[in-house]
Design a protein around this ligand. Structure first.
Ligand code: CA
Length: 259
Protein backbone atom coordinates (compact mmCIF):
# COMPACT_ATOMS: atom_id res chain seq x y z
CA UNK A 1 0.00 0.00 0.00
CA UNK A 2 1.56 3.26 -1.01
CA UNK A 3 1.76 6.07 1.48
CA UNK A 4 -0.80 8.82 1.27
CA UNK A 5 0.62 11.82 -0.50
CA UNK A 6 0.22 13.98 2.58
CA UNK A 7 2.34 11.68 4.71
CA UNK A 8 5.43 10.71 2.72
CA UNK A 9 8.33 8.84 4.27
CA UNK A 10 11.32 11.00 3.52
CA UNK A 11 14.46 8.98 2.96
CA UNK A 12 17.84 9.91 4.34
CA UNK A 13 18.84 11.64 1.15
CA UNK A 14 16.05 14.15 1.51
CA UNK A 15 17.33 15.10 4.89
CA UNK A 16 20.93 15.44 3.79
CA UNK A 17 22.56 18.81 3.84
CA UNK A 18 23.58 20.15 0.48
CA UNK A 19 27.10 18.98 -0.27
CA UNK A 20 29.35 19.28 -3.28
CA UNK A 21 30.98 16.16 -4.66
CA UNK A 22 34.24 15.88 -6.59
CA UNK A 23 32.43 16.59 -9.85
CA UNK A 24 31.39 19.95 -8.55
CA UNK A 25 27.71 19.05 -8.39
CA UNK A 26 25.91 19.94 -5.23
CA UNK A 27 23.39 17.45 -3.89
CA UNK A 28 20.95 17.34 -1.09
CA UNK A 29 17.81 19.27 -0.40
CA UNK A 30 17.82 22.53 1.46
CA UNK A 31 14.06 22.82 1.07
CA UNK A 32 11.81 22.04 4.02
CA UNK A 33 10.71 18.43 4.37
CA UNK A 34 7.03 19.28 4.50
CA UNK A 35 5.08 16.97 2.21
CA UNK A 36 3.61 19.93 0.38
CA UNK A 37 7.08 20.96 -0.76
CA UNK A 38 7.92 17.40 -1.74
CA UNK A 39 7.47 18.10 -5.45
CA UNK A 40 5.79 14.87 -6.53
CA UNK A 41 5.94 14.67 -10.26
CA UNK A 42 5.35 12.15 -13.00
CA UNK A 43 8.03 13.37 -15.24
CA UNK A 44 10.16 10.73 -16.97
CA UNK A 45 13.74 11.80 -17.58
CA UNK A 46 16.47 10.24 -19.70
CA UNK A 47 19.90 10.83 -18.18
CA UNK A 48 22.82 10.32 -20.56
CA UNK A 49 26.03 10.63 -18.56
CA UNK A 50 29.10 8.40 -18.52
CA UNK A 51 30.55 9.27 -15.11
CA UNK A 52 29.15 6.53 -12.81
CA UNK A 53 29.37 8.51 -9.58
CA UNK A 54 27.88 11.64 -11.10
CA UNK A 55 25.13 9.60 -12.78
CA UNK A 56 24.20 7.88 -9.55
CA UNK A 57 24.04 11.13 -7.61
CA UNK A 58 22.12 12.93 -10.34
CA UNK A 59 19.64 10.05 -10.59
CA UNK A 60 19.18 10.07 -6.82
CA UNK A 61 18.59 13.81 -6.80
CA UNK A 62 16.12 13.64 -9.68
CA UNK A 63 14.25 10.70 -8.16
CA UNK A 64 14.16 12.57 -4.88
CA UNK A 65 12.42 15.40 -6.74
CA UNK A 66 9.82 12.92 -7.97
CA UNK A 67 11.08 12.13 -11.46
CA UNK A 68 11.29 8.66 -12.97
CA UNK A 69 14.85 8.35 -14.31
CA UNK A 70 16.33 6.07 -16.96
CA UNK A 71 20.09 6.15 -17.34
CA UNK A 72 22.37 5.52 -20.29
CA UNK A 73 26.13 5.49 -19.72
CA UNK A 74 27.34 5.96 -23.30
CA UNK A 75 26.32 7.84 -26.41
CA UNK A 76 25.00 4.97 -28.49
CA UNK A 77 22.76 3.45 -25.83
CA UNK A 78 21.58 6.98 -24.91
CA UNK A 79 20.67 7.57 -28.53
CA UNK A 80 18.81 4.25 -28.79
CA UNK A 81 16.90 4.74 -25.54
CA UNK A 82 15.90 8.29 -26.48
CA UNK A 83 14.85 7.10 -29.92
CA UNK A 84 12.78 4.11 -28.75
CA UNK A 85 11.26 5.27 -25.48
CA UNK A 86 9.16 8.26 -24.61
CA UNK A 87 10.63 10.84 -22.24
CA UNK A 88 9.45 14.20 -21.02
CA UNK A 89 12.99 15.57 -21.08
CA UNK A 90 16.61 14.49 -21.31
CA UNK A 91 19.77 15.55 -19.52
CA UNK A 92 22.67 15.11 -21.88
CA UNK A 93 26.38 15.18 -21.12
CA UNK A 94 28.37 16.35 -24.14
CA UNK A 95 31.54 14.35 -23.49
CA UNK A 96 30.41 10.73 -23.95
CA UNK A 97 32.17 7.54 -25.01
CA UNK A 98 31.50 6.23 -28.54
CA UNK A 99 29.27 9.09 -29.70
CA UNK A 100 29.69 12.78 -28.83
CA UNK A 101 26.67 14.35 -27.14
CA UNK A 102 26.26 16.96 -29.87
CA UNK A 103 26.11 14.25 -32.53
CA UNK A 104 23.63 12.26 -30.44
CA UNK A 105 21.40 15.31 -30.05
CA UNK A 106 21.54 16.10 -33.77
CA UNK A 107 20.56 12.49 -34.53
CA UNK A 108 17.58 12.65 -32.15
CA UNK A 109 16.37 15.85 -33.80
CA UNK A 110 16.82 14.35 -37.28
CA UNK A 111 14.73 11.40 -36.09
CA UNK A 112 12.03 13.88 -34.96
CA UNK A 113 12.60 13.25 -31.24
CA UNK A 114 11.43 16.58 -29.89
CA UNK A 115 11.71 16.16 -26.13
CA UNK A 116 13.35 19.10 -24.33
CA UNK A 117 17.07 18.52 -23.82
CA UNK A 118 19.12 20.08 -21.06
CA UNK A 119 22.79 19.88 -21.91
CA UNK A 120 25.04 19.31 -18.92
CA UNK A 121 28.74 19.60 -19.32
CA UNK A 122 31.84 20.54 -17.41
CA UNK A 123 33.27 22.15 -20.46
CA UNK A 124 31.51 25.46 -20.47
CA UNK A 125 33.12 27.30 -23.35
CA UNK A 126 30.82 29.58 -25.32
CA UNK A 127 31.68 27.73 -28.55
CA UNK A 128 30.50 24.43 -27.12
CA UNK A 129 27.38 26.07 -25.71
CA UNK A 130 26.56 27.47 -29.17
CA UNK A 131 27.24 24.10 -30.79
CA UNK A 132 24.93 22.36 -28.31
CA UNK A 133 22.15 24.89 -28.84
CA UNK A 134 22.56 24.70 -32.62
CA UNK A 135 22.27 20.93 -32.43
CA UNK A 136 18.87 21.33 -30.79
CA UNK A 137 19.46 21.74 -27.05
CA UNK A 138 16.75 23.68 -25.22
CA UNK A 139 18.86 24.79 -22.30
CA UNK A 140 22.40 24.52 -21.13
CA UNK A 141 23.88 24.13 -17.69
CA UNK A 142 27.55 24.07 -16.77
CA UNK A 143 29.00 22.19 -13.82
CA UNK A 144 29.19 22.88 -11.00
CA UNK A 145 25.42 23.02 -10.70
CA UNK A 146 23.06 22.50 -7.84
CA UNK A 147 20.58 19.67 -8.28
CA UNK A 148 17.75 22.04 -7.37
CA UNK A 149 18.68 24.31 -10.26
CA UNK A 150 18.70 21.33 -12.63
CA UNK A 151 15.27 20.26 -11.37
CA UNK A 152 13.87 23.79 -11.72
CA UNK A 153 15.21 24.13 -15.25
CA UNK A 154 13.84 20.74 -16.25
CA UNK A 155 10.41 21.68 -14.92
CA UNK A 156 10.51 24.95 -16.85
CA UNK A 157 11.52 23.14 -20.06
CA UNK A 158 8.78 20.56 -19.64
CA UNK A 159 6.15 23.22 -18.95
CA UNK A 160 7.20 25.13 -22.04
CA UNK A 161 7.15 22.02 -24.22
CA UNK A 162 3.67 21.23 -22.94
CA UNK A 163 2.63 24.71 -24.08
CA UNK A 164 1.92 25.75 -20.52
CA UNK A 165 4.22 28.52 -19.32
CA UNK A 166 2.50 28.91 -15.96
CA UNK A 167 3.79 26.77 -13.12
CA UNK A 168 0.27 25.60 -12.26
CA UNK A 169 -1.68 23.25 -14.53
CA UNK A 170 -5.35 24.18 -14.77
CA UNK A 171 -8.37 22.37 -16.18
CA UNK A 172 -11.82 23.73 -15.36
CA UNK A 173 -11.85 23.90 -11.57
CA UNK A 174 -8.90 21.51 -11.14
CA UNK A 175 -5.54 23.09 -10.36
CA UNK A 176 -2.33 21.13 -9.97
CA UNK A 177 0.99 22.54 -8.84
CA UNK A 178 3.93 20.26 -9.78
CA UNK A 179 6.33 22.25 -7.62
CA UNK A 180 4.32 22.06 -4.42
CA UNK A 181 2.64 18.72 -5.12
CA UNK A 182 -0.83 20.06 -4.40
CA UNK A 183 -4.15 19.65 -6.18
CA UNK A 184 -7.27 21.71 -5.60
CA UNK A 185 -10.77 21.40 -7.02
CA UNK A 186 -12.73 24.65 -6.91
CA UNK A 187 -10.13 25.95 -4.49
CA UNK A 188 -10.46 23.03 -2.06
CA UNK A 189 -7.37 20.83 -1.50
CA UNK A 190 -7.74 17.21 -2.67
CA UNK A 191 -5.74 14.41 -1.07
CA UNK A 192 -3.99 12.22 -3.62
CA UNK A 193 -1.52 9.39 -3.20
CA UNK A 194 1.85 9.81 -4.90
CA UNK A 195 0.87 7.55 -7.80
CA UNK A 196 -2.48 9.28 -8.29
CA UNK A 197 -0.63 12.58 -8.37
CA UNK A 198 1.84 11.30 -10.96
CA UNK A 199 -0.95 10.11 -13.22
CA UNK A 200 -2.98 13.30 -12.89
CA UNK A 201 0.10 15.41 -13.58
CA UNK A 202 0.79 13.39 -16.72
CA UNK A 203 -2.83 13.66 -17.85
CA UNK A 204 -2.85 17.42 -17.31
CA UNK A 205 0.38 17.88 -19.25
CA UNK A 206 -1.28 16.06 -22.14
CA UNK A 207 -4.78 17.37 -21.87
CA UNK A 208 -6.92 16.37 -24.85
CA UNK A 209 -4.50 13.68 -26.05
CA UNK A 210 -5.26 9.98 -26.06
CA UNK A 211 -2.88 8.29 -23.63
CA UNK A 212 -2.33 4.55 -23.76
CA UNK A 213 -2.06 2.34 -20.73
CA UNK A 214 1.57 1.56 -21.56
CA UNK A 215 2.41 5.29 -21.71
CA UNK A 216 0.93 5.67 -18.24
CA UNK A 217 2.89 2.67 -16.98
CA UNK A 218 6.10 4.15 -18.44
CA UNK A 219 5.49 7.28 -16.41
CA UNK A 220 4.78 5.40 -13.22
CA UNK A 221 7.56 2.86 -13.15
CA UNK A 222 11.20 2.72 -14.23
CA UNK A 223 12.11 0.20 -16.90
CA UNK A 224 12.85 -3.16 -15.36
CA UNK A 225 10.50 -2.78 -12.42
CA UNK A 226 7.43 -4.96 -12.35
CA UNK A 227 4.37 -3.23 -13.80
CA UNK A 228 0.82 -4.31 -13.44
CA UNK A 229 -1.57 -2.79 -16.02
CA UNK A 230 -4.48 -3.39 -13.64
CA UNK A 231 -3.08 -0.76 -11.31
CA UNK A 232 -3.76 1.93 -13.93
CA UNK A 233 -7.48 1.14 -13.90
CA UNK A 234 -7.48 1.36 -10.12
CA UNK A 235 -5.75 4.75 -10.12
CA UNK A 236 -8.02 6.12 -12.83
CA UNK A 237 -11.10 4.97 -10.90
CA UNK A 238 -9.81 6.68 -7.76
CA UNK A 239 -9.05 9.90 -9.65
CA UNK A 240 -12.58 9.88 -11.11
CA UNK A 241 -13.98 9.46 -7.63
CA UNK A 242 -11.99 12.42 -6.35
CA UNK A 243 -12.24 14.73 -9.37
CA UNK A 244 -15.48 13.82 -11.10
CA UNK A 245 -16.49 10.94 -13.36
CA UNK A 246 -16.23 12.73 -16.70
CA UNK A 247 -12.82 14.28 -16.31
CA UNK A 248 -11.03 11.15 -17.59
CA UNK A 249 -12.66 9.45 -20.56
CA UNK A 250 -12.00 5.85 -21.51
CA UNK A 251 -11.17 5.48 -25.20
CA UNK A 252 -12.01 1.88 -25.99
CA UNK A 253 -8.95 -0.09 -27.09
CA UNK A 254 -6.80 3.04 -27.04
CA UNK A 255 -6.47 4.25 -23.50
CA UNK A 256 -7.68 7.40 -21.79
CA UNK A 257 -8.19 11.06 -22.48
CA UNK A 258 -8.15 13.81 -19.89
CA UNK A 259 -10.25 16.93 -20.38
CA1 CA B 1 31.40 12.84 -19.66
Amino acid sequence: MEAEFQTPQPSARHQAEATTNENGLAFGFAMPLSSRRYGRNIIRILLVEDNPDLSRRLAEGLEGAGFVVEHAADGKSGYRLGRMEEFDAAILDLGLPDMPGVELLRSWRQAAREMPVLVLSARGSWAEKVEGLNAGADDYITKPSHIQEIVARLRALIRRSAGNPSSTLVHDTIELSPASGTVTVAGKPIELTAQEFRILNYFMHRRGHVISQSQLLDHLYSLGTERDPNTIEVYVARLRRKLGRDVIKTMRGLGYRFG
